[in-house]
Design a protein around this ligand. Structure first.
Ligand code: NAD
Length: 350
């Protein structure tokens, strides 16, 4: 068998999990979270340019597998992501992901990347970016309910981007609370492990719910939520999978990424289809108001939208140049004559 080494046209930069972790350490996690938030904000501000569609979801009894595509007309991107809440019991992640950017002019991929770590970073960066617009002035304490894979990322992004000083952790599984408390030691936050969601919420101006359950759960009941807080609701992101009591939603000003997707997947699936919500890109562009009073309850009904992944991949593409944190993957067939794909295959077997 005679095969030549792949040509440049065959190669696509690939960022593995190992290299993603090296890149995060090279840049520094707080600097990277801040940089990701800047890229996401830039893309939200040019929202109208993008192709947008609710993500394409394939549901099963155990979880969901989703494709999240978008394009700004020059670059196309998509993410493959799953959500399987029972996975951790089998030693697997609830959420894993990978994604790709491609050149719209010829359709050739220009980056393939792991996105399990990157999704945690981009979700946290988005939450903190949104909290910077909506949280009450001077908010420095967060209740973190659900201390799984995303929780430390959420805490660090709120520190880096919003000036969070203290995080109060609660998970239904004390081992998860302990794990997050341990991981956050020495990271510049005051960390308090709590024994109930109510205790975690004491004195918190930001309440993050980040639990995983494939059902309607009630992490926050109506009487748990006082006025003047910002709720960052991460875990309700699938049909039939929510975290907040409808009464909390009724009392909140609700902010969303892409209403067409959030009405299917977010907390607001519990409300009438015409319940008023504000699109975050409009707030970022100054076209809509964010928080208007200190007493208001603002709610980011986060489900995760394709543009955030596009921004995150764009950030990675801009930051791997000149580093060793990627491999060249032989991903694309490149016959000498573009129409002689079969001949290339035949010669490889000779
Ligand atoms: N909005 C987004 O953009 C986005 C992005 C990524 C993940 N998510 C979602 O965020 C959630 C968390 O993801 P993860 O990767 O951290 O999952 P994970 O499974 O690692 O952690 C979830 C944690 O929630 C805890 N939990 C479950 N029920 C609880 C309850 N009633 N009270 C307190 N804690 C409870 C579990 O014990 C677990 O530790 C998932 O639902 C996931 O689908 C959303």
């Amino acid at each position: 068998m005679t095969t030549l080494p792949p040509s440049d046209k065959a190669l696509v930069p690939f960022v593995s999990v190992e290299n993603m972790m090296k890149l995060v350490h090279h840049i520094g996690i707080e600097k990277m979270l801040t940089g990701l938030a800047d890229y996401i904000e830039d893309d939200f501000k040019r929202w109208e340019l993008f192709d947008k569609t609710p993500r394409v979801a394939s549901h099963s009894a155990e979880g969901v597998i989703e494709l999240m595509p978008t394009s700004d007309g020059e670059v196309y991107g998509f993410k493959y992501v799953n959500g399987h809440p029972k996975n951790t019991k089998a030693g697997l992640q609830t959420v894993t992901a990978f994604g790709l950017l491609a050149d719209v002019s010829n359709g050739y991929p220009v980056l393939l990347s792991e996105m399990t770590v990157l999704t945690a970073l981009r979700t946290a960066a988005t939450s903190a970016l949104v909290a910077r617009y909506l949280a009450p002035k001077g908010a420095d304490t967060m209740a973190m309910i659900g201390a799984g894979a995303q929780s430390e990322f959420q805490s660090m992004a709120m520190k880096a981007i919003c000036g969070l000083k203290s995080v109060r952790l609660y998970d239904i599984d004390p081992a998860a609370t302990e794990k997050a408390a341990r991981n956050l030691q020495g990271m510049g936050l005051s960390v308090v492990a709590c024994e109930s969601a109510e205790e975690a919420m004491e004195g918190a101006q930001i309440i993050t719910t980040c639990t995983a359950d494939k059902q309607y759960a009630t992490i926050l009941t109506d009487n748990m939520v006082g006025s003047g807080v910002h709720i960052n609701a991460i875990g309700g992101d699938c049909p039939g999978k929510t975290e907040l009591a409808p009464g909390v939603l009724e009392r909140s000003s609700i902010f969303v990424e892409y209403p067409e997707q959030t009405r299917i997947e977010g907390e607001i699936q519990q409300l009438a289809a015409d319940h008023p919500v504000t699109e975050l890109w409009r707030v970022m562009n100054g076209e809509a108001q964010g928080r208007t009073s200190a007493q208001q309850i603002t709610l980011f009904d986060s489900v995760g939208f394709a543009i955030e992944d596009f921004s995150a991949l764009r950030y990675i593409r801009d930051h791997i140049g000149g580093t060793d944190y990627y491999l060249e993957l032989d991903l694309l067939a490149d016959p000498d004559d573009p129409r002689d794909l079969f001949g290339m295959l035949q010669r490889a077997g000779a």
